[in-house]
Design a binder for this molecule. Structure first.
Ligand code: FFO
Ligand code: GTP
Ligand code: K
Ligand code: MG
Length: 461
């Protein structure tokens, strides 16, 4: 495929030591050549691929020096986009990079759309769609594990598995054709149905295995959404601060200090958490606080894990009991805080209300009990534990919904085969499954979807 030449700033905007303007396309080297002057008058067209060159950028019209740069030259197809790529390493800072970008735009490049470099890598066949999506996941990864999952997917791990499933489906379809074409097999159904059942069942089992990883995959990517709830002043914000080991949330002895939701990402013994500190839940006349309380209730509904904080120095109140009711059926851990103060809480009743869930005691003031809490969180997550490194994870919402669809469709095929439905009818479901799986890798997807996916990327990526 032949495209025009695109350019963009590929590093974050802001002040830094170095920033990169990247060019990709057939005119990348000629455009660079027009504006680049090396001390000894090098012609970039004659330089070897994957070399870096020192020099100045000069505006050909005014002959003014624009920047002092290092310029990397990479000739296709062994490049990120498979096209000729030039990267201009200039001084960091908004004015400098923008000048360089303007210069290459005036001299023949077009400003790239968000994700367009990666889109070219896809369109030129270097990577498939799931690998391209992994590039974006990598940029957004908030934890080490999430990054490893993305790296595995970029490497084509998910793609290879999906390809093998599609291959198996294709083989059964081919077998059906062969059997239909050779009339000496007088009973096509008898020949083909067992094979179809066998292959389709294998495909379904593999999809199931992938789907099992998906809830964990989502958590790895986005963090286990963990809401800290409790009455005012029990120490919710103190808990957030001690888990993230920073004083992010305001802590005071005034009940109703936290008015708005505070979100922080943290890694607790390898478990990525999106911690959400909320306003203390109570009946209140204060309008601002009431909005906060309302938001707390919403957070509670959307959480994967609840940390319910109680005050050791006070008896359980009706509000505490209501909170227990509200979280029934969810994953939660109870924290009895302020154990440095004299005990008034009835811990037997707490354990009773908690049922089979863990109750942990802490004194956040004296930094006690946090280890035990972290251990409780980690063991909850790693129950039936799986390791990120030895599994193919699916974490992308688009992939997950396609896998569910593929599973339903291949199950239809299996059921139909068991019911001795004519093979050419079952073929339709098998073909459809093959297509749906192809949408994950981008082998069978519409252009509009591709455009939409890539437009979610960062500029310059
Ligand atoms: N300066 C710079 N750093 C960067 C990038 C970049 O584009 N520029 N990357 C951008 O994300 C990442 C590196 N990713 C890359 C992925 C593939 C190829 C590439 O050229 N692949 C070819 C050739 C491989 C080879 O030499 O064997 C290929 O796969 O055919 C380059 C960078 C991170 N660091
Ligand atoms: N004695 C004692 N005081 C604590 C402990 N943990 C927190 N506190 C104090 O309790 C008060 C309230 O703490 P916060 O973390 O603001 O409580 P909160 O639940 O976020 O309060 P709201 O946001 O107002 O609902 C502060 O004065 C803390 O210093 C503890 O373990 N022991
Ligand atoms: K408070
Ligand atoms: Mg608070």
């Amino acid at each position: 495929m032949e495209f025009d030449t695109i350019a963009a700033i590929s590093t974050p905007l802001g002040e830094g030591a170095i920033a990169i303007v990247r060019l990709s396309g057939p005119q990348a080297i000629p455009i660079a050549n027009k504006v680049f002057h090396s001390p000894n008058g090098k012609d970039l067209q004659n330089q070897a691929s994957h070399t870096i060159h020192y020099g100045h950028l000069v505006d050909p019209k005014t002959e003014e020096v624009v920047e002092e740069v290092m310029l990397s030259l990479m000739k296709g197809p062994k490049t990120f986009t498979r096209e000729d790529v030039v990267e201009i390493n200039c001084h960091g800072g908004l004015v400098s990079v923008n000048r360089v970008l303007q210069l290459v735009l005036i001299n023949g490049a077009r400003l790239a759309e968000p994700g367009e470099f990666t889109k070219r890598a896809f369109l030129n066949g270097r990577i498939d769609l799931s690998q391209a999506e992994a590039v974006m996941d990598l940029i957004r990864a908030k934890t080490d594990k999430a990054m490893n999952v993305a790296l595995g997917q970029m490497d084509g791990r998910l793609s290879r598995l999906i390809k093998s499933l599609r291959q198996a489906l294709l083989e059964t379809l081919a077998q059906v054709e062969v059997n239909i074409d050779y009339p000496e097999y007088d009973d096509v159904e008898e020949m083909t149905l067992p094979l179809m059942i066998e292959k389709c069942t294998w495909v379904r089992d593999e999809i199931d295995k992938l789907l099992v990883t998906s809830s964990q995959g989502k958590i790895l990517r986005e963090g286990l959404s963990t809401a800290i709830i409790g009455r005012p002043n029990v120490g919710k914000s103190s808990l957030l601060n001690s888990l993230i080991q920073e004083n992010k949330a305001i802590v005071t002895d005034i009940a109703g200090t936290t008015r708005d939701i505070i979100e922080e990402y943290v890694n607790v013994r390898g478990v990525p958490l999106k911690l959400v500190d909320t306003a203390g839940i109570r009946e209140t006349e204060d309008i601002v606080e009431r909005i906060g309380v309302e938001k707390s209730r919403q957070v509670l509904n959307e959480a994967d894990l609840i940390l319910l904080v109680l005050n050791n120095a006070e008896q359980l109140t009706e509000e505490d009991r209501k909170l227990f009711e509200a979280i029934q059926g969810m994953d939660f851990i109870v924290i009895i805080n302020k154990t440095d103060l004299p005990t008034s809480i009835d811990s037997n009743e707490v354990q009773q209300l908690a049922g089979d869930k863990r109750v942990v005691t802490t004194s956040l003031l004296q930094e006690e009990g946090v280890d035990e809490l972290e251990e409780a969180i980690a063991s909850l997550f790693f129950e039936g534990s799986i390791e990120a490194s030895d599994l193919t994870y699916v974490s992308n919402a688009r992939h997950i919904s396609l896998l569910h669809l593929a599973k339903a469709t291949v199950t239809d095929a299996i059921d139909a085969a068991h019911a001795n439905v004519p093979v050419d009818i079952i073929q339709i479901d098998v073909t459809r499954t093959w297509e749906i799986l192809g949408e994950i890798t981008g082998d069978t997807v519409e252009e509009s979807l591709i455009d939409q996916l890539f437009s979610q990327f960062c500029l310059g990526k």
